[in-house]
Ligand binder design. Sequence first.
Ligand code: ADP
Length: 171
Amino acid sequence: MSETQNKGLVAVCPGSYDPVTNGHLDIIRRGASICDRVVVGVVNASLRKMAPLFNADERIEMVQQAVADLDNVEVRAFDILLVEFAREMGANVILKGLRAISDFEYEFEMHQLNRKMAPEIESIYMMASPMYSFISSSGIKEMVRFGGDVTDLVPPHVAVRLVEALSSQSS
Ligand code: ADP
């Protein structure tokens, strides 16, 4: 019986957040409304071939600004195994957003691996809200690079940083 007792929810919300979008923020906010504490984990090392547009400090700062009104959310960089990061943060949940079948296949695999390494940490998946389900950081960067308007897709301070970063890149 003791194993099934509710110990309160402390979630880590991992991602590259390059940059944070309204889709990420929807998951973080919904997570914060049901969890005692949410730690947004900004990946500071990646196996992905593409270097991030923004460095970790910039990505963290943009998320921090966007969640400044939420007092149970904090933002941290990490460059270790996600389950180790979760343990260090005292988290018992990994919280992720799911957009489409393509997200599901990757997440399903990661879930099995994380579960094997850390059976005490539960993964929880929230379905993307329909109005954000098509948003990805890479899509947003591509839009801005070609002059598209991302006003409704990212917070205003992120839109400004994107235009600055991508226009300086192309000049
Ligand atoms: P991206 O795929 O946009 O580069 P990340 O690697 O930063 O994003 O993803 C971090 C987490 O946020 C993942 O769980 C991902 O599924 C989720 N996520 C990203 N965009 C959205 C969105 N528009 N709606 C819901 N969840 C999302």
